[in-house]
Design a protein around this ligand. Structure first.
Ligand code: NAI
Ligand code: 15L
Length: 271
């Protein structure tokens, strides 16, 4: 990690989904950006480090989420279901959970939320198209629909109550691209941190949407409308190209997972 450190941006920052894949990556990194990092999840959060507060909570539990936001200046909201699942499960975590979070933020005067949306909000665009965040959503499943709801909810809470949100349409943030699709969608963990820090620290964001990807050679998303966020990716999927192509030497051009940006999500289910 090689990021210029700045003085603390927020007094108390809440990280939801702190026990998940990206939560575990961001937890120690965000601690350097605030006085107190409050971490929350359904799953085991381990021990509190210096300057951390542990607050286990289910996002669909409204009173618990109301308490969770007390005294919080800003939120990095990663919590929720992160793959295609039955609608009834997704509703609880991603739709009711997102409503509970924004409503609690309104009541407690939280200033800004960085919302982990997903590329699956636009997963039914084709891999031979380049889109930007001003184009209509085309969710590729119940998960993508729930993230589209989260984005609309965030826009409403900005228009109506002035709570700022940066919605991150994250591509694929893993240690390395797992397949050829991810050569376009991949975002390194260091770039993820850069994106989240830029979203927290950019002076005026209103309601903004930005795709979360590294500086990859072949891309489907144009982040020009989000230049004001000041995100400058420094990594690329290119060093992983040979390995990804060796793992997947043939692409079936009739496979919906190859035709559409959402990859395998476009054909997940029905459950
Ligand atoms: P993850 O599934 O590893 O972590 C999500 C966390 O949320 C888990 O620790 C889980 O226990 C928690 N959670 C689930 N339901 C909950 C509930 N009802 N109440 C409280 N906590 C709950 O996912 P990951 O990969 O860390 O992703 C983090 C966020 O970023 C998710 O919102 C995901 O949709 C989004 N995202 C991630 C991408 C990636 O490449 N990793 C790509 C696009 C979006
Ligand atoms: C997502 O939204 C998922 O949370 C993640 O697990 C990946 O599958 C990613 O999208 C992707 O599109 O690769």
């Amino acid at each position: 990690m090689n990021i210029t450190s700045s003085s603390h941006m927020y007094s108390r920052l809440l990280l939801t989904g702190a026990a998940g894949g990206l939560g575990q990556v961001l937890r120690p990194r965000l601690k350097t950006r605030c006085d107190v990092l409050r971490v929350s999840d359904l799953s085991n959060l381990g021990e509190a480090a210096d300057g951390e507060e542990l607050r286990p909570a289910a996002l669909q539990d409204r009173p618990a989420v109301m308490q969770l936001l007390q005294g919080v200046d800003a939120v990095v909201h990663l919590g929720g279901i992160s793959t295609e699942q039955p609608f009834d499960d997704i509703v609880q975590a991603n739709i009711i959970g997102a409503y509970n979070l924004y409503e609690a933020a309104r009541i407690h005067g939280t200033r800004r939320i960085v919302f982990a949306s997903s590329n699956h909000v636009t997963g039914f665009y084709r891999q031979d198209e380049v889109i930007d965040a001003n184009q209509p959503v085309r969710p590729d499943g119940y998960y993508g629909l729930s993230k589209a709801f989260g984005e609309n909810l965030a826009r409403f809470y900005f228009d109506r109550y002035g709570i700022e949100t940066v919605a991150l349409r994250i591509g694929s943030s893993f240690p390395e691209p797992k397949d050829r699709r991810m050569l376009a969608t991949w975002m390194s963990y260091d770039d993820l941190e850069r994106l989240v820090v830029a979203s927290l620290s950019s002076p005026v964001v209103g309601y903004s949407v930005i795709y979360g990807m590294s500086d990859n050679h072949h891309v489907w998303w144009d982040n020009t409308p989000a230049k004001h966020i000041g995100y400058r990716p420094q990594d690329s999927s290119e060093p992983f190209r040979a390995a990804a192509e060796a793992r997947q030497p043939i692409l079936d051009l009739n496979d919906p997972a190859v035709i559409y940006q959402g990859g395998g999500f476009v054909k997940a289910g029905p459950f």
